[in-house]
Design a binder for this molecule. Structure first.
Ligand code: NZQ
Ligand code: ZN
Length: 392
């Protein structure tokens, strides 16, 4: 096991109707004037926004609203939010929505508190050292942004999608009511299942870490629970226990617990972000669903024991001790079949990506990574195009 440090600072308030507590809890934390930030309409339509705002008002807090966050959240709205907060003297942000709304709120928070354009932090040369405190009311189990240290924004002018990883990005408090996810479509539920699984698998299938038995068992348990709850939530969107498992799994999968002692590289995410940047309509989870099986086929021979362990322990593939590569490969096929079963795409063509796009996409990926993408091998242009061909 490698040395590590872990500091997951977000307070999580979990369960039915807990958003009624948001006003009193934020007041106790010192909030006075709040930006309520939300997406394209689902939080308004479900009545959640009204409940959150009523709780704030009842607790004596005032607020201003900024809606309209789109999937793959855009830098221009972040700029608008920064100006609004400065004009209105906002001291807290409440993000009501999924990962896109939360990431947009994180961008606004760091912009206000540092006085810098958040985009300047995407190079990684300087990191934000301050933020406005952020509360989240999560409506979609997927990104883990409600507890994570990441913020992923899209610059629509340059068509670049970039992440900012900083301890200051962790929300101060997150309200997780599984009932708020009952209205999530089957497609977005599927995207969420894939994303939750990938946050743990990207920590599990890494070149370094040596023996990490506790981390492995936590990871495997999370993957099994997510797969099983995922099937149930797709079959019955109002299955509270299934939605609750997914919601908690989303947070635990990306708050770092399932990666302690192992290298964090996230190559499939790096490849995926370029797909969503290239075509804005590509949902993050759908891109991962297409790319993971192809990446795994490309890399499997570099770490047969771990791929085979995952296949056996999580996907129930019988261990072939004489030929573990067969077990490893069968595990990848089983995962791909599971993604298909829950309605996710597994071919680039399903995302509207054509072979003539490969070179551009690979070049964009290398530019974002400042060179070859670190994985088991170093993924250069040739390797990335080979992965695309495996994803056809
Ligand atoms: O905008 P509204 O109307 O709310 O609709 C959204 C949106 O169209 C809808 N939705 C959300 N909750 C709903 C609902 N519809 C009905 N009922 C509800 N309760 O779902 C659609 C997708 O929402 P979005 O927030 O984009 O999805 P997700 O939570 O998957 O977030 C994806 C974004 O997070 C980033 C991704 O790259 C992508 O930009 N990520 C952020 C991470 C982080 N900050 O730690 C890590 C991830 O790896 C990921 O990269
Ligand atoms: Zn993700």
């Amino acid at each position: 096991m490698q040395n590590f440090s872990i500091h997951t600072t977000t307070e999580v308030v979990f369960g039915r109707a807990i958003e009624a507590e948001i006003g009193p809890r934020l007041r106790a934390l010192g909030a006075q004037r709040v930006l309520v930030h939300f997406g394209g309409g689902s939080a308004r339509a479900s009545g959640l926004l009204d409940r959150v705002e009523a709780s704030l008002t009842d607790a004596g807090l005032t607020f201003v609203e900024l809606g309209g966050v789109s999937p793959n959240p855009k830098l221009s709205l972040v700029h608008e939010g920064i100006a609004l907060c400065q004009r209105e003297g906002v001291d807290w942000i409440v993000a009501v929505g999924g990962g896109s709304v939360i990431d947009s709120a994180k961008g606004i928070g760091m912009g206000v508190a540092t006085g810098c354009d958040p985009w300047t932090f995407t190079t990684g040369q300087a990191l934000p050292e301050a933020t406005l405190p952020i509360a989240t009311v999560l409506t979609l189990a997927a990104s883990g942004s409600e507890t994570s240290n990441s913020c992923v924004l899209t610059n629509e002018q340059t068509r670049e999608k970039r992440g900012i990883t900083s301890q200051t990005n962790r929300p101060r408090i997150s309200f997780l009511d599984p009932e708020n996810t009952f209205t999530v479509s089957k497609f977005q539920t599927g995207c969420g299942i894939v994303d939750i699984m990938m946050h743990t698998i990207e920590r599990y299938l890494t070149p370094q870490g040596g023996e990490s038995d506790l981390t492995d068992r936590l990871a495997e348990g999370l993957l099994i629970a997510t797969r099983d709850a995922g099937r149930r939530a797709i079959a019955d969107p109002c299955d509270y226990e299934a939605r609750a498992t997914l919601m908690w799994a989303g947070s635990v999968s990306h708050n770092d617990y399932t990666g302690c002692g192992r290298t964090r590289l996230f190559p499939v995410h790096k490849l995926e972000h370029e797909l969503s940047a290239f075509r804005d309509e590509i949902a993050h989870g759908a891109g991962l669903s297409v790319l993971f099986p192809a990446w795994a086929q490309y890399e499997v021979e570099r770490d047969v024991p771990r791929f085979a362990q995952l296949a056996h322990r999580v996907f129930g593939v019988e261990m072939d001790f004489a030929q573990p590569l067969r077990t490893a490969r069968e595990g990848i096929c089983t995962m791909k079949r599971f993604f298909e079963e829950i309605g996710m795409p597994v071919h680039l063509g399903e995302l509207g990506i054509r072979p003539s796009d490969y070179q551009t996409l690979a070049a964009n990926t290398l530019r974002a990574a400042n060179g070859p993408v670190k994985s088991y091998s170093l993924l250069d242009e040739q390797a990335i195009c080979a992965i695309y061909r495996l994803a056809e």
